[in-house]
Design a protein around this ligand. Structure first.
Ligand code: PLP
Length: 496
């Protein structure tokens, strides 16, 4: 389809030393006008707070510093650079309109210590976002405080714990399917629960019989991702909720994969009691290095009294305020009210799309994953034949016959100009290759990615040694990941 055009080619990507290594004494990156006020001795002004020895500081010219940071910025792979099919992470394009709105000075320069009287606009944004997310999830109440998905999990399970304790019914265990993200069992353990695993069935879903056998009066909740980490929708989700509720246990939904559901199905309607959303996934706010995250937690009415304080409320005169008088609250989980800049971006995304746009986004995300599935099935093993939602999980089973593993294929993908897919997760699939294209990619880009994956499958047959040593077209070749993790060198020391 795309002829001989290959995504990767030679690229200007120069080696670059550390800024300290470029330093020569006396160089400056600034020019100041002559002093036109009396010079004051810093010691006189600052006393002991003055620092005489600045240690080892780089001394470079302006162009050297600009080139240094510009060059190293090009080494970073980003969604603005190309497709980023990192499964489970929903690396979608973050529209520039979000950034424009978040930078409006009235929003960017507002301060959380401003009195609520002059923060009505900011509070209104939080209220509007809360209302939209409650509508999207089918829940009754929400907190915007948590700073990430994992932080949302912690908040949600603390709500469950406080609720059960308030009922005089504290419980000991949390159930977690074997396909779960590692943060789920970690959260349960941090909240003081014992973690019990549930096996998936042959279709990659929760085994209802196993669940029925495991749920008893000791079980506080099941933490379930839906669609799960195999990209499979839990078709018996109502039944799962019924089994839990019949025994007084709650259903926590990990909403990391909401990009497959927004505008189509609401967790509150299919039985979830509490869930988190990752604004940095589904609602197009920047991930990780691009900015702080946000993991709002939405819940049913029974859990509302326990939400972190303060809670946003409307006064009788219609103005908004923050209610700190919440005697049953689990307490604050984040300073101030959460990462406000992310709320602005997420609300901009929701409003720019509208209900129809959000529904279309969901359909496009699912369509794109299925397009990839259709074109790569046969070349890579598909361990679960169940319909795919927003991501597709293959395995390296075919390629391991030639000694090529998922990590090798991922590194070869870098040579073709793509960020790798998620390697070796979920754990239920040995040699997992988890691909999530998101709705952001055009058919043309998907075709180029598929081409690259096809060529790698062919190379695994004909020239496996090339893949085993990949990447070969990058500035640095394969790194020793074990040594990097176990013996990291994190500090530069000047040569004597
Ligand atoms: C299924 C699932 N649950 C939870 C998380 C944790 O979310 P966060 O990275 O925002 O803490 C992730 C993150 O990758 C995930 O994929």
């Amino acid at each position: 389809m795309s002829g001989n055009f290959k995504k990767a080619g030679t690229h200007l990507s120069q080696n670059e030393g550390l800024i300290f290594e470029k330093s020569s004494p006396g160089k400056k990156a600034y020019k100041l006008p002559p002093l036109d006020v009396p010079e004051v001795d810093a010691k006189q002004l600052l006393g002991d707070a003055t620092r005489d020895d600045l240690g080892n500081m780089p001394e470079v010219s302006e162009i050297e510093i600009i080139r240094h940071f510009t060059r190293i910025s090009t080494w970073n792979y980003a969604i603005d650079h190309g497709m980023f099919p990192l499964g489970s992470c929903t690396m979608k394009y973050n529209a520039r309109v979000n950034e424009v709105v978040a930078r409006l000075s009235g929003l960017a320069e507002s301060h959380p210590y401003q009195p609520t009287r002059i923060s009505q606009g900011a509070l209104r944004i939080m209220q509007m976002l809360s209302e939209q997310l409650i509508e999207i999830t089918g829940m009754n109440a929400i907190t915007l405080q948590p700073a990430a998905g994992a932080h949302g999990e912690l908040t949600g399970i603390l709500l469950v714990r406080s609720y059960l304790e308030s009922q005089g019914n504290p419980r000991k265990k949390i159930l977690v399917p074997d396909s779960a993200h590692g943060t789920n069992p970690a959260t349960a353990a941090m909240c003081g629960y014992a973690v019990e695993n549930i096996k998936s069935n042959a279709a990659g879903m929760v085994d209802i019989a196993a669940l029925e056998a495991q749920v008893n009066d000791d079980v506080a909740a099941l933490m379930l991702t839906n669609p799960n980490t195999l990209g499979v929708f839990e078709q018996e989700i109502h039944k799962i909720a019924d089994v839990l509720h019949a025994k007084g246990a709650l259903m926590y939904m990990d909403g990391a994969n909401m990009n497959a559901l927004v505008g189509k199905a609401r967790p509150g309607d299919f039985g979830a009691d509490v869930m988190h959303l990752n604004l940095h996934k589904t609602f197009s706010t920047p991930h990780g290095g691009g900015g702080p995250g946000s993991g709002p937690v939405a819940c049913k009415k029974i859990l509302e009294p326990f939400l972190p304080a303060p809670v946003l409320v409307t006064k009788s005169d219609g103005t908004l305020t923050l209610d700190y008088n919440r005697p049953q609250s689990i307490g604050r989980v984040r300073m101030f009210y959460g990462n406000f800049g992310m709320f602005v971006r997420a609300l901009a995304y929701i409003m720019a799309n509208g209900p129809e746009g959000l529904r279309q986004t969901t359909e496009d995300a699912v369509l794109n994953a299925n397009y990839i599935r259709k074109h790569l099935t046969g070349l890579y093993e598909l361990p679960y034949d169940t319909p795919t939602m927003h991501e597709v999980v293959f395995s390296d089973k075919t390629q391991t016959k030639k000694g090529i593993k998922t990590g090798d294929i991922a590194k070869r993908l870098i040579d073709y100009g793509y960020h790798p897919y998620t390697v070796s997760f979920p754990l239920v699939v040995p040699g997992a290759m988890m691909i999530e294209p998101t709705e952001s990619e055009s058919k043309e880009e998907l075709d180029l990615f598929i081409d690259a994956m096809k060529q790698i499958a062919e190379e695994a047959e004909t020239t496996p040694e090339v893949i085993a040593q990949a990447p070969g077209r990058t500035r640095v070749s394969r790194l020793d990941e074990t040594a990097a993790a176990r013996k990291p060198v994190l500090r530069w020391t000047p040569k004597a």
